[in-house]
Design a protein around this ligand. Structure first.
Ligand SMILES: [Cu+2]
Length: 98
């Protein structure tokens, strides 16, 4: 992380703490292999590796993506890095696909 990014982040955190609305959201990085893509529903089935930050073992499961358009570039058997956020208590969505 560059100095500038860190500063911006701290500023963003300070601002969100100040107004108390936007809470900084934790992202959970993960990796996995694409099994199935459902662009209509906005879901992707992934065989994901263990996600240490969530204490999840490796498994195959469906994920919703926050941005359906991000599914357009995915192909079965593709290995991806992605990030999860907890959208609601206990409900995780993919916020980013790399
Ligand atoms: Cu899982």
């Amino acid at each position: 992380m560059t100095k500038m990014t860190r500063y911006t982040l701290i500023l963003a955190l300070a601002l969100s703490a100040a107004c108390g609305t936007a809470v900084a959201q934790t992202t959970y990085p993960a990796t996995g292999v694409v099994k199935k893509i459902d662009t209509a529903k906005g879901t992707v089935t992934l065989a994901h590796d263990p996600i240490k930050s969530l204490k999840w073992p490796a498994m195959t499961m469906d994920f919703r993506v926050r941005d359906k358009a991000s599914l357009a570039t995915l192909k079965p058997d593709q290995k991806i890095e992605f990030e999860l956020i907890e959208e609601k208590k206990g409900s995780y969505v993919i916020s980013r696909i790399k």
